[in-house]
Structures are given as structure tokens and as C-alpha cells.
Design a protein. Structure first.
Length: 199
């Protein structure tokens, strides 16, 4: 199982290298669908439990997602004031994210977010926890997520993956649910990448 999850992560790293070089969704979108189907097929009952609706994870997911989104704009403006070149770097990243029509991009992004949560906050840390402590399993999984995003070749994307991934991992750990990080991720990512970009 761990070998398979490692291979899925490695493939993610190589496929996401198209980010900023044409239609990234054409490569990573279908792959994300395959990852989700594969993981659900292997762990359907466990994943259903992680996604079972209840008030606490839904409320936390909504609250954290909105807070992360709202706070990203002033943080970006502050970072841009300190590092003026940041604006041009982020603009170039957005060109790859806008490589297809908005409805199609939103659908692919939803599929990608679901696969990331199932893999990096769900099945991978769960599999690792059979060999190491739960805390270490979540740490290794966060590192794997961050390194997978490093495939974009962008330090900014990698840093954001580490920060946001850390927040989503904490949500997962403290709610014992994938619903909270999934909701937060589905609020933050489409808003910042497609609906209301920072730059």
C-alpha cells in the first residue's frame, strides 16, 4: 500500500510540472480522477466514515476556509510590498491556471482538490500510522504533499502548499474528518486561483 501511495505521489509531482506551461488541467485533472477512484475503490468504507456529514467539521471547514481566503489578500499585499517582484511571479503562475474555460477549470479543480484530500490527508497518513505515530504520519504526509506541489517548479506554490497543507492537516487531525479540510480547500483554492486572484 505504501509503495502504491508513494508512486501516486511521485506521478503527481511529474504531472503537475505542466503548471504554467499550458493547460495543467489536461494532465493533472484526469489523473486526480483516477487517484480518487482508485483510493475509494480500495478504502470505500473508511473514506465514507471520514466524509460523514456532521455539524462540527462542516462548521470548522467553512470557518477556516473563509478565514484563510480573507486573510490571504492582506498577507499577499504585505508580501508584495516587501518583495515587489512577487506580483510578476504570481501573474505568470495565474496564466497557467487560466488556460481553459472557467466552468471546466472549476470542475477539474474540484476533482484535484478531492484527490489531494483523499491522498494526502486521508489514505496516506492512515497507512503510515500503522508504522509510525499518528503525528509523524501526518508530518510525513504534509511533507509529501508539499514536495508533490514542488513539481510546479514554483517556490511560491511550494510555500503555499506547506502553509495551507499544514492548516488542512490540522483540521483533519483535530476533527478526525476529511470533511473540514475538504470544505476549506474547496473554498480557498478556486477563489484564489480562479474566481478572485490576488494579482
Amino acid at each position: 500500500m505504501l509503495v502504491l501511495l508513494g508512486l501516486l505521489t511521485l506521478a503527481w509531482f511529474f504531472l503537475i510540472r505542466r503548471f504554467g506551461r499550458g493547460d495543467v488541467y489536461a494532465a493533472i485533472g484526469p489523473y486526480a480522477c483516477v487517484v480518487s477512484v482508485l483510493l475509494i475503490g480500495m478504502r470505500a468504507r473508511v473514506i465514507a466514515g471520514w466524509l460523514r456529514p456532521s455539524a462540527r467539521p462542516i462548521a470548522i471547514g467553512l470557518g477556516v476556509g473563509v478565514a484563510m481566503t480573507v486573510l490571504t489578500y492582506p498577507v499577499f499585499n504585505l508580501a508584495r510590498a516587501v518583495f515587489p517582484a512577487l506580483d510578476a511571479n504570481v501573474q505568470s503562475l495565474y496564466s497557467g491556471a487560466r488556460s481553459t474555460a472557467l466552468p471546466k477549470a472549476l470542475a477539474w479543480l474540484g476533482a484535484i482538490v478531492l484527490a489531494e484530500e483523499l491522498l494526502f490527508r486521508g489514505v496516506l497518513p492512515n497507512a503510515l500510522s500503522h508504522y509510525i505515530s499518528e503525528r509523524a504520519a501526518f508530518g510525513v504526509s504534509l511533507l509529501s504533499y508539499t514536495l508533490a506541489q514542488f513539481g510546479t517548479g514554483s517556490l511560491i506554490v511550494t510555500l503555499m502548499a506547506a502553509v495551507c497543507g499544514g492548516i488542512w492537516t490540522l483540521e483533519r487531525k483535530f476533527t478526525d474528518s476529511l470533511l473540514a479540510p475538504l470544505i476549506s480547500h474547496l473554498i480557498w483554492t478556486p477563489t484564489l486561483i480562479l474566481l478572485h486572484p490576488v494579482a
